[in-house]
Every structure is written in structure tokens, then in C-alpha cells.
Design a binder for this molecule. Structure first.
Ligand SMILES: [Ca+2]
Length: 225
């Protein structure tokens, strides 16, 4: 697929129920093939991901998947060639990876700024998934780092939470902010439902950066019922 270019004008016409019609054009501009690429939440995983499309409020994000070798544990890595076709004509091409996870690429507003961001799953264990996070800004998507947990969501004030299950009854929720489009972990909250214990763990002054004292955070994240 490397020699083909996406025809953005045609991309914007898609929107079929099961997927989105995508035209591939050769370098001469002639349309060579038209195919229907599934929406990512409809795509299949059989040990490898397939090409898929994310429909955003402001455009389309096309994910092209190819083999990318193996990681240090011998698990397969897939190369993800991404192209963002914004409705205003802005386009961006960038490379990510996908890994051994049945989770699909998703578009979610992880930082709560109103723009959909991108999560690319790298590996899923018993419960938690490691994902690359790409934040969307005016210049498209920027690699912001990786998270491990069951998901990431905005919790107000620019904070994002990533809850990870560490055992049957124990959860570790890490709170991040984005600084220069990089996720920075500020503090975490350890909860054990077997004995009802809960503790806030400050990370190198992160609570102060979030504008909270230990007491504030404990009241907000541990004592709230
Ligand atoms: Ca966002």
C-alpha cells in the first residue's frame, strides 16, 4: 500500500454503516481501487489488527496496519500508518504501533478539551491494556506517552485518571496532566476493596502541581462515598 496515496476528497464521502469507502489513488492521481474499510469498533482481531477508520467530529483517521516484527518478549508488533484528513483540508501522516491486544484503536477525548484523541493498544494482560496516547491539537496528533490500565478519562481541571487493577480487589489509579502535549503522572491512589484501605501517593510534588494538598486529595479520592 506504500505507493498509494489517500484521496482525501473521496474519504470524506464515506460513512457506510459497516465502514467507510476509501479510494486509493496512484501517484498519477488515477483512482485504482475503492474499498470499504471497517470502522475500528467493527474491525476484527484474530491475532492481528486490520485496517480501520475512526470517524471524528472534524474528519477521518485512517489506520493502515502491517507487520512490524516482534517486541523484546517475542510478541508481534504491528506497524500502524495513520493518516488524518481533517474536514478543513488539513492532513497529517504519522506512524504508530499496535501490539498483541484484542482492543482496537479508539478515539476518545482523554484530556477533556473537546477534541478526540487517539489510543493505540500495545498489549493486553489479564485486565489492563497498555496504550499509546496521541493528543489532538491544532497541528494534528502528537505522541503523548503510554498508559496502562482499563482506560483513561478526564476528571476536570486538566487532570486525567488511569485506573489499573493490580489484583482481584486492589486498584491503582494514576492521575496525569498534559504538559506540552506529554502525559505527566502527578500522583496515584491505591484502593483495596478487601479491607477498605485507600492511600494517596504523591509523586515528586505532583499534588502541589495539581493544586491539592494530601488532605485535599485524600478527601476527594478516598473519603468520597
Ligand atoms: Ca482531547
Amino acid at each position: 500500500m506504500g505507493v498509494f496515496m489517500q484521496a482525501a476528497a473521496v474519504l470524506m464521502l464515506g460513512g457506510l454503516a459497516a465502514g467507510i469507502a476509501v479510494s486509493q489513488s496512484g501517484r498519477d492521481g488515477a483512482s485504482i481501487v475503492e474499498e470499504t474499510v471497517p470502522a475500528c469498533d467493527q474491525a476484527e482481531y484474530d491475532g492481528a489488527h486490520q485496517d480501520c477508520v475512526l470517524q471524528l467530529a472534524n474528519g477521518l483517521l485512517v489506520v493502515r496496519v502491517s507487520e512490524g516484527g516482534t517486541d523484546e518478549w517475542g510478541d508481534p508488533i504491528e506497524r500502524a500508518d495513520l493518516s488524518f484528513h481533517r474536514a478543513d483540508g488539513f492532513t497529517q501522516s504519522f506512524d504508530g504501533t499496535l501490539g498483541s491486544s484484542f482492543m482496537q484503536p479508539t478515539a476518545e477525548d482523554v484530556d477533556g478539551d473537546g477534541d478526540l484523541d487517539l489510543l493505540l493498544p500495545q498489549a493486553t494482560g489479564n485486565v489492563n491494556t497498555t496504550s499509546q496516547v496521541w493528543l489532538q491539537g491544532e497541528t494534528g496528533f502528537v505522541a503523548a506517552g503510554s498508559i496502562n490500565g482499563i482506560g483513561i478519562e478526564p476528571v476536570g481541571g486538566g487532570l486525567m485518571s488511569v485506573a489499573a487493577r493490580s489484583s482481584a480487589a486492589e486498584w491503582e489509579t494514576t492521575y496525569y496532566i498534559a504538559r506540552d502535549n506529554r502525559l505527566i503522572g502527578l500522583f496515584s491512589v491505591s484502593t483495596d476493596f478487601s479491607d477498605g484501605s485507600c492511600a494517596v501517593n504523591d509523586w515528586d510534588g505532583g499534588l502541589a502541581e495539581a493544586g491539592m494538598t494530601l488532605d485535599d486529595a485524600t478527601a476527594r479520592f478516598c473519603d468520597a462515598d
